[in-house]
Design a protein around this ligand. Structure first.
Ligand SMILES: Cc1cc2nc3c(=O)[nH]c(=O)nc-3n(C[C@H](O)[C@H](O)[C@H](O)COP(=O)(O)OP(=O)(O)OC[C@H]3O[C@@H](n4cnc5c(N)ncnc54)[C@H](O)[C@@H]3O)c2cc1C
Length: 469
């Protein structure tokens, strides 16, 4: 290792909601000073930490306004005091247990990120490197050496004991090549008519879909998937496509599993006539139905209507089709659709990694389209499903499945993709591990020191699971 390579206890790659969640989890549990004392560097490709991609979605959240703000709602006399009085914070708080536009969540995370940036950058031995891309990382001396490229094109190395991958996720189109839908390969014959959910949900995405459909009389749209993203696509199309493109039966949602509806209590579900659940679908901590897997807010209402729950009148523009393994009707719907939208999930971006000999480390996540990046302690898994030493992962599509003390319905097999959980218990697991591992070297400052920070770290906050959801 080069003597001039800056040394850190932890390098966090990706300063979006997940990367900053690790810091917020440390704030919550009163351990931010201990963490920063070990030396932390955040590497972020964009020019700011905090928002990542979340604000680029033109839909409402599936978590509450209060949930987003919870990360700064603890103890007076913290670095977040001023932000608590900010009009944007008050606007999110006023939404209380309702959804909010994700653009607002993004704007809020930008402000949280600016405060965290100041906190980290001012701490001796820590650095925030925005406008900087992490290119790869290699095991060196029991830790990691990360190659980075700054905005001016210069590349250099950072050394750390620990590495946290918070690099977000994408929807690789090549993945769709292996997807069998209704007994046929998805891409066969519909590649030209295909969009992915992420494209639709982004700002400008529905307008792009409208432009494709504009010249077609009574166009048909097939949306494939049963997750929140799939129903978000349906909701966005129903509410924002020009009405002349939405004749009866215009949109078909093709889903494999039953569509799960969140209910805060069994009594409320029964009052609406909803019975598609059993003991296995109740969170043992909160007694909520489908606490993790259930559709909420806008998406919930779309499906409540489509299933005529509680006497709701179905929207004639939307048809539900439950996919079977061999399904000629499903195949026909896809074949005759003018636009096919795949909402089949995201895959983690991660980073090219190599062992001490420079041999690439193949990750379990690369073995198949469902394989998680991390285990139940947020440790990144190699191809043999063994945790890679001192390597952690968090964020969209990392594949963390909440279990045990985190609650959630036993039947849940999906991923926890929510800021609040990352900022509390999930980020807390990573902080536990980072603080347990002794630092290999005493952290050196990566660049000239700035003025010492004046704000003091946050007070501990007892994590009350479910309280903010
Ligand atoms: C449509 C949609 C709606 C969602 N709605 C909600 C919601 O309502 N509530 C909720 O809690 N969650 C929601 N989520 C889930 C999740 O909170 C967001 O997706 C969130 O943006 C994920 O944060 P992230 O940090 O994992 O990834 P990102 O937001 O993608 O951030 C990753 C960051 O890492 C940086 N980066 C990546 N690679 C590198 C590299 N090699 N070097 C340097 N920097 C790098 C990127 O520049 C980016 O800033 C939603 C997700 C989707 C897709």
């Amino acid at each position: 290792m080069n003597i001039s390579t800056p040394q850190f206890g932890t390098v966090i790659i990706g300063g979006g909601p997940a990367g900053t969640a690790v810091l917020l989890a440390a704030c919550h549990s009163g351990r931010i000073k201990a963490l920063l004392d070990q030396g932390v560097a955040i590497i972020e490709a964009s020019d700011q930490i905090g928002p990542g991609e979340i604000g680029g979605h033109a839909i409402n959240s599936d978590s509450t306004g209060a949930t987003f703000v919870d990360c700064i709602q603890h103890g007076p006399g913290t670095i977040f005091d001023a932000l608590r009085a900010d009009p944007l914070t008050l606007q999110l708080l006023a939404a209380a247990d309702r959804a909010v536009p994700l653009v607002l969540a993004g704007a809020f995370m930008r402000r949280v990120g600016a405060i965290l940036h100041q906190l980290v950058a001012a701490h001796p031995g820590c650095a925030v490197l925005t406008g900087t891309q992490a290119l790869s990382a290699r095991r060196v001396n029991g830790g990691w050496q990360t190659r980075i490229r700054r905005a001016d094109g210069q590349t250099s190395l950072l050394a750390s004991k620990n590495l946290v991958l918070a690099t977000g996720a994408r929807q690789p189109r090549e993945r769709l090549g292996s997807e069998q839908i209704a007994g046929a390969p998805l891409l066969a014959g519909c590649a030209e008519r295909l969009m992915q959910s992420g494209e639709i949900l982004r700002v400008g995405g529905v307008e792009q879909a409208a432009a494709r459909l504009r010249a077609i009389p009574a166009p048909k749209i097939a949306v494939i998937g049963g997750s929140t993203s799939a129903v978000s696509v349906v909701q966005a199309l129903l509410t924002r496509l020009p009405q002349n493109l939405l004749s009866p039966g215009a949109i078909t949602l093709l889903h494999r599993r039953s569509l799960k509806i969140y209910f805060p209590t069994v009594a409320e579900a029964r009052a609406e006539g909803y019975t598609d659940f059993d003991e296995n679908d109740l969170c043992p901590l909160t007694q909520r139905i489908y606490r993790f897997a259930g559709l909420r807010f806008d998406q919930r209402e779309v499906i409540m209507r489509a299933l005529a729950i509680g006497g709701r009148a179905p929207d004639p523009r939307l048809v539900l089709h439950r996919l079977q393994s061999a399904d000629p009707v499903g195949r026909d719907i896809i074949a005759s659709a003018d636009l096919v939208i795949a909402a089949l999930g995201y895959r983690p971006n991660a980073l090219p990694l190599a062992d001490a000999h420079g041999t690439p480390i193949r990750l379990f996540a690369q073995s198949n389209p469902q394989a998680p990046l991390v285990d139940d302690k947020c440790r990144v898994l190699d191809a043999t499903r063994t945790p890679v030493a001192n390597l952690f992962g968090i964020g969209l599509a990392a594949g963390f499945v909440p279990r045990g003390a985190l609650g959630g319905e036993p039947s849940f097999s999906g991923q926890a993709n929510g800021l609040w959980l990352w900022q509390t218990a999930v980020g807390g697991l990573i902080v536990d591990a980072l603080l347990a591992a002794p630092a290999i070297t005493r952290p050196q400052p990566a660049r000239p020191r700035q003025a010492p920070r004046t704000a003091r770290p946050d007070q501990p906050l007892a994590i009350s699971l479910g309280a903010a959801e």
